[in-house]
Design a protein around this ligand. Sequence first.
Ligand SMILES: Cc1ncc(COP(=O)(O)O)c(C=O)c1O
Length: 416
Amino acid sequence: MIMDSNYEYTSQDIFHIPLSFEEIKKKTEAYILNTYSRLPVCFFFGQGPYLYDSQQKSYIDFLSGISVNNLGYGEADLIEAIRSQADRIIHSSNLFYSEEQALLAETLIHYSFAGKVFFCNSGTEANEAAIKLSRKYGLERKEGADIIVSLERSFHGRTIGALSITGNEKVRKGFGFLLPNVEIIPPTIDALEKIFETKGSEICALFLEPIQGEGGVHPLSKEFLSRARELTEQTKSLLVFDEIQCGIGRTGSLFAFQYYNIIPDVVTLAKGLANGIPIGAMIVKEDFTDVFTPGSHGSTFGGNHLACRVAYETLKILITREILDNVSALSEFFFRRLYQMKARYSIIKEIRGVGLMIGIELNRPCKDVVFKCLQNGLVVNCTAETVIRLLPPLILDLEVANEGLDRLERAIAEID
Ligand SMILES: Cc1ncc(COP(=O)(O)O)c(C=O)c1O
């Protein structure tokens, strides 16, 4: 039996499911568009860093729903916030004021930099907002500058705007014309200097992920980000940090820009912001807050009462329980053990990452390792085909981390 302070979970909670896995799979294949290649598991219960599937098996979660469930599962205060907010009001619309939205915005600004926030529902929407802001800024304040620069290996989302600035041909192709005036450059200082030298006056914004996630967990260097800040400042272009995957505590700092100590003009957030309730946000530095005016942008659901209350509660828990201190200690532990594994197994080419955003690059596709891990009771993910991505919940303790790493090592050893 698993317990938290509010609720006693019985084995029925954990193991009761009306449909068998085969039935779920069959219905999924019959009725849901085939846009995902899913692993053969259906989770229906989670507690702390553990997940349970429909076959009554438990797993250690090293993925957090792709950097979403940073506080793990079943967090009592979060559940209480969801329950009490749902009792009161879930949605009214942005035609009216919202206490929850005001409090969340104030909190985000308090812990980032002076400015204002726009709320939406997902990462791609946060980037759409930032694309529109950048273009409007360039057109109105920089003599029509409308070029957006982004980086190879980047991922910014799947809507047409965010896709247009995504540096991955595989996900871009097949949809006809994407946004014009986008320059995708290699993530090198040389390429950065060259584009700003040749087109600086036409560039409205540079978008980047401080740690490229989908592209295979590639942290950008401090030197690269410093040069990006200098060049955008010199040319009066906006510097946009997409912290959708690497923000909200993953680096051990609340925001990735704080880890690097470089302040951008715009930060986009989503994923972990409300620990699983959909929300996106764009934080805009005070110099640029009047680019958007009433009617420039909007969203029906964006920042509704429930999402904002849960995001506020998530930030409160992260900050007041000093969970970020845990990230640095855990990160050291992960890296130490992973470097030991690298020395033992020749299939491991490189270990990369910051905090609890870690990539293990193999010398072959990593799908088989992911399958073996699942068999061993560990959830990890494969990105960029050859990189095992670890995004464990930030509340993990050393003992569970160690057990999870043992399971990972067993999977790697079997394949090596
Ligand atoms: C860095 C980054 N930006 C944007 C997105 C898109 O977010 P969403 O899937 O919520 O639209 C993702 C999702 O993986 C991401 O990792």
